[in-house]
Design a protein around this ligand. Structure first.
Ligand code: ADP
Ligand code: GLC
Length: 485
């Protein structure tokens, strides 16, 4: 079966969060499961610089009237050899800054056009006029950036191929001025409540949810949560309406996240050579982060986008209570200016005990996840979350809020779960700094009991978070769509 996988990020070419990791790992897992999968991404500078040997598949003149010159290039993903199709359109993608935001932190003003074009190319590759011999059996869209594809396909009757959309985060919806409906070549007749319209705007994500044949999200718990007003971001009614076609498939983690073979780590370790290896990573991390060298003090880590979603303010509010305990913090993140400045201030208040790095730094993220004793993820909501799974894999029990994929992946360290050898971390119910503090206090108490702690670490390290299971669930969906009945 031929699958076109459309995404706006792919590690290591371009990544702002977990979508980059998923797009790096899921297509190869699908290929292993027998799928002929190709990945379509925009040609941002980070992508173009890595595909210098790409061949030109075709120009995109058929789409030219509204767009500037553009070509489709073909390269291959390193290691897996999965074909990568790149939309090379310099006027839209060749600029400094991130995939979605300018260097000043504001969204690119022409995002509707940038991702509208990606969607047109994706839909065109599924459609009859495409000059390519390869045509997908199913198109798999991810988040709002490819959300218009199902709508564009649906405007041809019958739609040339079925579509799946995966919601990685319902909070990002791609809502734009309605002027874009006609500018993007969409029929004005579909700009209504049961179509593309969302509170007077053109919504890319709503379009995807409305018109895709199947909707998936990245954990079973989040699939339930987004059907409630609390976490439905205004789309819960529509998601309830489509609940028969909605399923939660838990993300996996890539095999390259392995503390025994991670080039970013100063010392390799695994579940049998755990104590010395982690200790060495810890003291070197303390040095890196400007913390006082002390292999025995509990070291808490956090690696995160700094946004409301991630509950960073809960951690900041909990600091006075947490810092009353002998512990250190190593934090890495980038995002909202207000959180960055609060973190900077907090680090100044606790010299030698709180190290804050405000940037996006892949190798440091690995060293924090490996070198810490506990990993914090106090998210207000979390569709899946990958970092907590990386932490478990690296023998760093996570402290998480019981929501979304965090609830689906972390087993709270109750006496019973510990006795049954199932506990992997600590979770708390309410998005409140006192609850976070209480969970950290439980973790600190457990840390004192070396035997109990080792068991907790090893249970997490041995959990199977491979992509195989998820890939086989997606294949099941593709097959059902490609040969209905
Ligand atoms: P989300 O996609 O919501 O950001 P995930 O936990 O699914 O959350 O994925 C986040 C990914 O981004 C992880 O690989 C994490 O290590 C990485 N990450 C987040 N912030 C940073 C940062 N400042 N530097 C390096 N990696 C980061
Ligand atoms: C989103 C979510 C995160 C999820 C990731 C990959 O960024 O916020 O929870 O793990 O997508 O699916």
């Amino acid at each position: 079966m031929k699958i076109l996988f459309v995404t706006s990020e792919i590690h290591p070419l371009v990544k702002t969060g977990g979508l980059g990791d998923v797009s790096h790992a899921l297509p190869p897992a699908l290929r292993q499961a027998g799928m002929d999968v190709r990945v379509l991404v925009p040609g941002y500078p980070g992508v173009m610089s890595r595909v210098s040997k790409a061949s030109v598949v075709c120009t995109l003149e058929a789409l030219a009237p509204i767009w500037s010159p553009a070509r489709l290039l073909e390269a291959q993903l390193e290691e897996s050899g999965v074909p990568l199709w790149v939309v090379d359109c310099p006027s839209l993608y060749d600029r400094p800054g991130g995939p979605y935001q300018a260097p000043d932190g504001n969204d690119w003003e022409d995002n509707a056009l940038r991702f509208g074009f990606l969607c047109h190319v994706g839909a065109w590759l599924c459609n009859a006029p495409s000059p390519l011999s390869w045509r997908p059996d199913v198109v798999h869209c991810n988040d709002w950036q490819s959300g218009l594809i199902p709508a564009l396909l649906r405007h041809r009757q019958p739609p040339p191929v079925p579509s799946v959309i995966t919601i990685h985060n319902l909070a990002f919806q791609g809502n734009f001025d309605p002027l874009w409906v006609t500018r993007l070549g969409l029929p004005m007749e579909s700009f209504h409540m049961q179509g593309l319209e969302f509170y007077g705007h053109l919504s890319f994500l709503k379009a995807g949810i409305n018109y895709a044949d199947r909707i998936t999200t990245v954990s079973p718990r989040y699939a339930q949560e987004i059907q409630t007003p609390e976490l439905g971001c205004g789309l819960d009614g529509l998601l309830r309406h489509r609940s028969a076609d909605l399923v939660g498939i838990l993300n996996g983690i890539d095999e390259s996240w392995d503390p025994a073979h991670d080039p970013a780590l100063p010392a390799a370790f695994d579940d049998r050579r755990l104590v010395a290896g982690k200790r060495r990573n810890k003291v070197l991390l303390q040095k890196d982060c400007g913390l006082t060298k002390d292999p025995d003090v509990p070291l808490l880590g956090l690696v995160s986008r700094l946004t409301y979603q991630k509950g960073i303010d809960l951690l900041l509010d909990a600091l006075p209570a947490l810092m009353a305990h002998p512990l250190q913090l190593a934090l890495l993140g980038s995002g909202e200016a207000i959180m960055e400045s609060r973190l900077r201030e907090a680090a100044r208040a606790y010299p030698g005990r709180m190290g804050v790095t405000l940037s996006f730094d892949e190798p440091l993220s690995h060293r924090i996840i490996a070198g810490c004793d506990l990993f914090l993820m106090p998210s207000r909501f979390e569709p899946c979350g990958l970092a907590q799974m990386y932490a478990m894999r690296y023998g760093t029990p996570p402290v998480v809020r019981e929501t979304g994929g965090l609830a689906d992946t972390v087993v709270d360290c109750t006496e019973e779960a510990l006795r049954e050898g199932k506990a992997t971390g600590f979770s708390f119910r309410n998005a409140a700094s006192e609850d976070l503090t209480a969970a950290v206090q439980r973790a600190l108490a457990a840390y004192e009991d070396r035997k109990e702690w080792r068991q907790l670490q090893k249970t997490g390290m041995r959990r199977d978070f491979s992509w195989k299971r998820a890939a086989s669930d997606y294949v099941g969906i593709y097959r059902a769509l490609a040969s209905p009945g």
